[in-house]
Design a protein around this ligand. Structure first.
Ligand SMILES: Cc1cc2nc3c(=O)[nH]c(=O)nc-3n(C[C@H](O)[C@H](O)[C@H](O)COP(=O)(O)OP(=O)(O)OC[C@H]3O[C@@H](n4cnc5c(N)ncnc54)[C@H](O)[C@@H]3O)c2cc1C
Length: 418
């Protein structure tokens, strides 16, 4: 019997860890290289929509999130300036309708659950503190080099999955390889200016009024800005995300997950909003600022034995809360398409072909959603009128294309641990 093929993965974010699980179940030996020295509790709340939770459930990851993830019972949509409730959608039937739960979790809790799953799988190894700094690919293998402090190490594998996020080294290196072969580069360089800023904070639940601690997702809409909040970690904290059209230059050398922000900056942006929204914003003592950028869809996600996934392949604006969910779908598709006995490059090309149209659609829909959220004047009035007329059935139908788990991505069997 021939040895299992060896997949290398750059990045141990949500996408990279999920891909490792899917590829191991498909019969690969997997080595993950993560730049960070430890998987720290970075990030904030994530909405795990049913299209992603179904995959996590089939991978056996969901039970590990028990206790830390929460299923909201309703979505409340309010007007920012006066707090008027524009719509309340019950989510009690969400799991029955979509066939998998809609969950709220901290990114770090999901990353930890994925990490626990990979540590139980002897086919997967994770090298922390290993930054990918070199990549070459040939007909027979992929060669990468990583830096760990002053030490550089070379590694060889049958394929490389670039799950190294927004500022992907793999994406940039693939462009160089394309140019070396006389092909044109892709529009893969991130813009130096963001059109929106997201501020994120976690507020102790006992700092906010009881209504804001209920297991519900809350969305407030205003001209050029919106606010999202929901409880996390069994209701112990409230996750607050405030987003405003606020052009900003980006310093890509800074760590964008953890850039601190002055509390006054957020408060000033929402100074004319309803008192309840302002009180919540004032309750946060520590904000992290995140410039929002996206890329136009990349024409190609693969180059021979190398493929991109997650934010490296399709960085998207967060207005549909789908960045991590789409990375999890990528992971499942990689597991479905890469078979240990089949030639790698055509399998990776098939993965990209199967995923690109959907990811492009979600990218475009996310951008459009942001535009709708931030409308002002008569256009906002019409939007609010339509929101008021929406009923639960129409709301569920509107998101079917996005949330309904795809049968081709949820066929994993939970394996017995040994
Ligand atoms: C305000 C906001 C709210 C959001 N809310 C949601 C939500 O509710 N639901 C949702 O699904 N998504 C949401 N997202 C998006 C989501 O957080 C991201 O899309 C998702 O985390 C991307 O996962 P990833 O694994 O592709 O990349 P990342 O999580 O960025 O992981 C990349 C990993 O690669 C590592 N790395 C980078 N370079 C190298 C290198 N050279 N060598 C080795 N390792 C490297 C990094 O350290 C990191 O660990 C939100 C985003 C924002 C901005």
């Amino acid at each position: 019997m021939s040895a299992a093929p060896h997949a290398l993965i750059a990045g141990a974010g949500i996408g990279g860890l999920a891909a490792a699980l899917c590829l191991a179940r498909s019969g690969f030996r997997v080595s993950i290289f993560e730049r960070a020295a430890s998987l720290e509790a970075v990030g904030a709340g994530l909405q795990i929509s049913p299209n992603a939770s179904a995959i996590l459930r089939d991978l056996g990851v969901l039970p590990l999130l028990n206790g830390s993830a929460l299923a909201p019972v309703a979505l409340n949509i309010r007007r920012g300036r006066d707090g008027e409730l524009l719509q309340r959608i019950s989510l009690e039937n969400a799991e029955r309708h979509w066939g998998a739960p809609y969950l709220l979790a901290h990114r770090a809790d999901l990353q930890k659950a994925l990490f626990e799953s990979i540590t139980r799988d002897s086919r997967i190894t994770l090298a922390l503190g290993h930054e990918l700094i070199g990549l070459n690919t040939g007909w027979r293998s992929v060669e990468i080099s990583t830096r760990n402090g002053a030490a550089k190490t070379a590694h060889r594998g049958d394929c490389l999955i670039g799950a190294d996020g927004l500022r992907s080294f793999v994406r940039q290196r693939l462009d160089e390889l394309r140019i070396e072969k006389g092909r044109t580069a892709q529009p893969s360089l991130l813009p130096k200016r963001a059109s929106q800023i997201a501020w994120r904070a976690l507020v102790d639940a006992d700092q906010v009024e009881p209504a804001l601690r209920l297991p519900q997702t809350n969305l407030w809409l205003g001209q050029g800005a919106h606010l999202v909040h929901y409880p996390l970690r069994g209701g112990k904290v409230v996750n607050v995300v405030a987003i405003a059209d606020a052009p900003a230059n980006i310093d890509w050398t800074a760590d964008i997950w953890s850039e601190p922000s002055d509390c006054n900056e957020v408060q000033n942006h929402f100074a004319s909003w309803h008192a309840q929204a302002r009180t919540l914003i004032s309750a946060a003592s520590e904000w992290r600022k995140w410039p929002l950028v996206a890329l136009p869809p990349l024409p190609e996600w693969t180059w021979g034995r190398v493929a991109l996934m997650g934010d490296a392949a399709h960085p998207m604006l967060p207005f549909l809360a789908q960045g991590a969910a789409q990375a999890i779908e990528d992971a499942a598709m990689l597991g479905a398409m890469l078979l240990p006995d089949a030639p790698i490059a055509p399998c990776l090309a098939a993965y990209a072909a199967a995923r690109r149209t959907r990811a492009n659609r979600v990218q475009a829909a996310s951008r459009r959603q942001g535009w709708i959220y931030h409308l002002g004047g008569p256009a906002a009035y019409v939007r609010d009128l339509r929101l008021r007329m929406l009923n639960e059935r129409q709301f569920f139908a509107r998101y079917d294309w996005l949330y309904r788990p795809r049968p081709d991505l949820t066929n994993y069997k939970v394996e017995n641990e040994n």
